[in-house]
Design a protein. Structure first.
Length: 194
């Protein structure tokens, strides 16, 4: 037998054997572990939406602040204390969104392994669930929360009111994206037999 043909046969056996081993490893270990992650994220998404009445209350508060007495009437030291208190109140929410962004970014990368085991539909659903839109939205929320405290400290009623309105809009957008991600993750869980 020709050495080239023998080398090609050996190479084909090695590739098929390697792929079979990876497929078995993915089926036995990776898919069950991923399924736990997806189920946890699904539960997290179910519990993370913002009630519509809270969003409406924020918009009403923004109108009151925007049309109310100037924040400049409050002494600068007191405004700074109010802004620091607001920063402390918003810090857990900011941390939650930062963690959310990190988890979504990491979990999105899981999709590539499903392409390797010929589950392209699952890979597409994973990428759609952990979309760039929702990851970018978390950045916008974090910036908005930081700006809110700065505008309060600066005594800018209009900017502070606009920050609150923007936060309300971001929460509406988040609720829509979270609902879509939740549906897609449910599809992924169902496809993987969870």
């Amino acid at each position: 037998m020709d050495k080239k043909v023998l080398a090609l046969i050996i190479l084909a056996v090695v590739i098929v054997g390697g792929y079979t081993s990876y497929y078995a490893y993915a089926s036995i270990y990776l898919i069950p572990e991923d399924l736990k992650v997806f189920k946890d994220d699904l539960k997290s998404l179910e519990n993370s939406t913002f009630p519509a009445e809270n969003i409406t209350e924020m918009e009403q508060a923004a109108s009151v602040i925007g049309n109310g007495s100037s924040l400049q009437l409050i002494p600068a030291a007191e405004r700074k204390k109010m802004a620091d208190d607001l920063r402390n109140q918003l810090k857990p929410m900011q941390s939650q969104f930062e963690e959310f962004k990190q988890n979504f970014t990491n979990n999105r990368e899981i999709a590539s392994r499903y392409e390797l085991i010929f589950k392209g539909n699952v890979a597409n659903e994973i990428r759609a669930a952990y979309s760039d839109e929702i990851i970018n939205l978390t950045d916008r929320v974090i910036k908005n929360l930081q700006k809110m405290a700065i505008d309060l400290e600066n005594g800018d009623n209009v900017a502070y009111a606009n920050d609150i309105r923007e936060f309300a809009n971001l929460m509406r957008e988040y609720n829509k994206l979270a609902a879509d991600a939740e549906a897609r993750l449910q599809n992924v869980v169902n496809s993987l037999g969870g």
